[in-house]
Design a protein around this ligand. Structure first.
Ligand code: ATP
Ligand code: MG
Length: 465
């Protein structure tokens, strides 16, 4: 689609060149530029309007008339945030349907100038133009059309900001600034708001009578618990009791021998890898050892899920990395390798990386072991902040009672392969199981050790979180 703004130049390219490059990178074959030949001939093969002055419908008609391919992507030049991954995905949607037009309905309405049309639509467009009906919306109601909602676009991992239009160089700079300066937190919240509404009344994660053994080692023997959307459940228990195994089952890395596991409101028990991959976009895990890539810098580690997700430009990725590292307090270490960091710092980076995937839920495996009490305290505060700000559903596996007290809405206590307690803190202090009482006693001792006289004498030992 040509217009004067096509030649607005930014850096080494103009908008037209940029659009052509994006379309080519998305796998477009032959490309036509619709507009005056004298102005655009230098940039590629031009087709001119057959019905000039009829707006976008005229341009779409001219393009479809010129083409010989079945599926045709129409792309306006004034969407500088558009990217090839989104376009490739859009074409894929068009391939998967019999509809003659596939058009996004996002960012304030239908986007006919970033849509896929089958060649035969040119006939209907011609009819409309001949009858003087230039309204593109009427074409969508006459021709079998699949509209793709903003929610669908976001769930596929893209931002609806790709459709933002610009008319001047100043607007372009402004769009770039808004997009790239947006903090990681804003991105996460924005995308969350646009996601399909979660069913608040149903658990987000649920174990139903889960059994798991490795040979004769029975690790989970009929364990049931649930985590509601936005809730934080802490899993407690002695070393080797099966806490990490439970998290790995939620991620689908391990399968239960018996029982059902629900994650993101879906029964994932029998899921294969493709479905699990989808679930792992919604639920991410911060591993016990951090599991950072040793050869990548801190920044590149955090960028990893962003690059996998696609749809972001390098500049945006860098801004989001900085936002996330800022959020977890390690921004100044962006260019260091994980081996240059302390264990606590590595955890913070691992948390930033987990958040980069913009999950609904995060599973933390022992976030505060092997770090000093002050770092443990800071990590606890960080997890609490994220839970509140991002409304994350969380499971925190820990031996650290101070952390559990800070974070848990409910606690699950595993012992000898059973869930011997599941409930709130006040309920836990009433639990008669000796091992549960031992954990509570231990907490009291640690508390004295770390904070000693600073603890007010009247403070109840187990306050509700
Ligand atoms: N993939 C596996 N194959 C065989 N046995 C395993 C596997 N994963 C875990 N186990 C066994 O399952 C039991 C529970 O392990 P898990 O790692 O869940 O313990 P944990 O509660 O997380 O302990 P810690 O607090 O030390 O991290 C252990 O006996 C462990 O040896
Ligand atoms: Mg473990």
């Amino acid at each position: 689609m040509g217009s004067d703004k096509a030649l607005l130049s930014f850096g080494e390219q103009n908008l037209l060149q940029r659009a052509l490059q994006t379309a080519a990178a998305a796998g477009a074959g032959k490309t036509f530029i619709v507009g005056p030949r004298d102005r655009y001939a230098a940039f590629g093969e031009v087709v001119e309007d057959v019905y000039p002055g009829c707006g976008p419908l005229g341009g779409i008609h001219a393009a479809l008339r010129a083409t010989e391919t079945k599926l045709n992507l129409i792309l306006s030049v004034d969407m500088p945030l558009m990217n090839e991954k989104f376009l490739a995905w859009l074409v894929e949607q068009a391939r998967a349907t019999d509809a003659l037009i596939v058009v996004p309905d996002a960012l304030g309405g239908l986007q006919p100038l970033c849509a896929v049309y089958r060649r035969e639509v040119s006939a209907q467009a011609e009819q409309a133009l001949q009858s003087g009906d230039y309204k593109i919306g009427n074409l969508f109601s006459q021709v079998p059309t699949r509209q793709i909602s903003g929610r669908e676009i976001v769930s596929a991992g893209f931002s609806t900001a790709v459709f933002k239009n610009v008319n001047t160089a100043e607007e372009y700079q402004e769009v770039r600034r808004q997009e790239s300066v947006v903090s990681a937190h804003d991105v996460a919240v924005h995308e969350k708001e646009h996601r399909a509404p979660v069913n608040e009344a149903k658990p987000y994660i649920e174990f139903q009578d889960v059994h798991k053994a490795f040979g004769s080692n029975v690790v989970l023997d009929g364990v049931s618990f649930d985590v509601m959307p936005g809730e934080t459940v802490c899993i407690l228990g002695r070393s080797g009791v099966g806490k990490s195994v439970a998290l790995h089952e939620i991620m689908g890395f391990l399968k239960p021998d018996k029982g059902r596991i629900w994650v993101a409101h879906e029964d994932i028990t029998d899921y294969g890898e493709p479905d699990l991959e989808r679930i792992r976009k919604k639920v991410t895990m911060v591993f016990q050892n951090g599991a950072l890539f040793d050869s990548l810098t801190v920044g590149e580690n955090v960028a990893f899920p962003l690059r996998e997700r696609g749809g972001l430009e390098e500049e945006q990725i860098y801004q989001i990395i900085d936002g996330l590292l800022d959020m977890v307090g390690v921004r100044e270490f962006r260019d260091l390798l994980p081996s240059d960091l302390s264990t606590g710092m590595k955890r913070s980076v691992a948390i930033a990386r987990a958040l980069a995937a913009q999950p609904d839920a995060v599973l933390y495996d022992e976030p505060t072991t092997m770090v000093d009490p002050l770092m443990a305290h800071l990590l606890g505060d960080l997890i609490k902040k994220l839970k509140k700000q991002l409304k994350l559903t969380s499971i925190v596996v820990t031996h650290d009672m101070a952390l559990a007290k800070k974070l848990a809405d409910r606690l699950l206590f595993l012992h000898e392969a059973k869930a011997i307690f599941f409930g709130t803190f006040p309920e836990m202090s009433k639990c008669q199981e000796p091992i549960v009482q031992e954990f509570l006693e231990l907490d009291s001792m640690d508390f004295e050790k770390y904070f000693g006289a600073r603890r007010p004498p009247h403070q109840p030992r187990f306050e509700a979180p």
